[in-house]
Design a binder for this molecule. Structure first.
Ligand SMILES: [Zn+2]
Ligand SMILES: [Zn+2]
Ligand SMILES: [Zn+2]
Length: 340
């Protein structure tokens, strides 16, 4: 994440809606990739003070207070680029759901920040573009006995990313993490993983190179997942996979690697922006990124241990995993090179 400043000079953050120092309203402009300080100038419009660009606040901020995205005034959609991808929002007649939804949107905006920085397509499905991306935030009977679904699983199917809103509850998520013997479970991690499934079709049209590294994506999926849940990860998975779950199926391995690629880029960018590491160039080669990530990830874990916390990045990027991250990098690079 980059660093941002209010018009008054105060440092402000990606999640902020108000400057602590001068009280100006803040919002994120996804087109320009920056936070902007706003001044209300009549009507229902909000205006960027510095350059006069007119914005509206995202409808999900005006109505529910769950977003800080901005919409350019000329845009007829009342929702920001992140919120317009929502197909199903949580049932906010249940009081806890508004807070859960706010946490979900915060993580989703950070996902979208990363995807936009990579130049990946980000459109809701419409008549002319049925391959778009959308989100369902659903409850099951564990959080709401009135809904028909007994169990909602977080996942991706045909462009729809489903997240169980319970994942926004820390206690529930950590409980689920322990139950699944996972080392890491966050809402942002879910989004990065599931978006990997979505982009697979767009980024990996040629399966030959993929198969050499990840295996056959056509392997029966249901059987593979059943095997993983019954018997656990493949023996010796630590050498070839970033996580135990990645060994369940080649497509899960890809989604995990895609998520880790986004983790790596965002964390490196944050560290560079804050002067913890030397700045990244715009075309930092993947080998150099991997090298720098190797050092930074250890430092981040050591910092956490100094504070008595668990490792922030409890993973090891082995040479085999590094090859897969190189593949993800090349796939994203190739996509950018294709004129749309
Ligand atoms: Zn300010
Ligand atoms: Zn929004
Ligand atoms: Zn998956």
């Amino acid at each position: 994440m980059k660093r941002f400043q209010c018009h008054c000079g105060q440092e402000v953050f990606f999640e902020n809606r108000r400057c602590q120092r001068c009280g100006r309203h803040l919002g994120y402009d996804p087109q320009r990739g920056t936070m902007v300080a706003l001044a209300q100038r009549g009507g229902d419009g909000w205006w960027c003070e510095e350059n006069g660009v007119a914005y509206r606040l995202c409808g999900n901020r005006l109505n529910y207070g769950v977003c800080n995205g901005l919409v350019e005034v000329g845009d007829s959609n009342p929702l920001c680029v992140a919120c317009r991808l929502n197909r199903t929002i949580p049932n906010i007649s249940i009081p806890q759901n508004l807070e859960r939804w706010g946490r979900i949107e915060q993580a989703k905006r950070r996902l979208i920040y990363g995807l936009l920085e990579l130049g990946l397509p980000l459109e809701a499905p419409v008549a002319g573009y049925p391959r778009g991306l959308s989100f369902d935030f659903l409850e099951d009977q564990r959080s709401n006995p009135a809904v028909p679904q007994e169990f909602v699983t977080t996942g991706h199917f045909k462009g729809v990313i489903t997240l169980n809103v319970l994942e926004a509850d820390d206690v529930q998520r950590v409980w689920q993490r322990e139950l699944s013997s996972e080392r890491y479970r966050t809402v942002l991690g879910h989004f990065r993983h599931e978006s990997g499934h979505y982009y697979f079709e767009l980024l990996v049209p040629d399966r030959q190179g993929f198969m050499a590294l990840f295996g056959d994506p056509g392997q029966p999926y249901g059987q593979a997942l059943q095997r993983y849940y019954n018997q656990g990860a493949l023996a010796g998975w630590e050498n070839d996979y970033i996580s135990a779950y990645a060994s369940a199926h080649p497509i899960e391995d890809w989604a995990e690697c895609f998520a880790h690629y986004l983790h790596m880029l965002d964390t490196l960018e944050t560290a560079a922006a804050r002067g913890i590491i030397v700045p990244l160039s715009d075309v930092e080669p993947i080998d150099r990124l991997l090298q720098r990530w190797d050092t930074l990830a250890v430092s981040v874990n050591e910092l956490n241990r100094s504070l008595g916390l668990q490792d922030a990045y409890p993973f090891v990027v082995t040479p085999a995993v590094a090859d897969k991250l190189r593949f993800v990098d090349a796939a994203i690079g190739r996509y950018e090179a294709v004129p749309t």
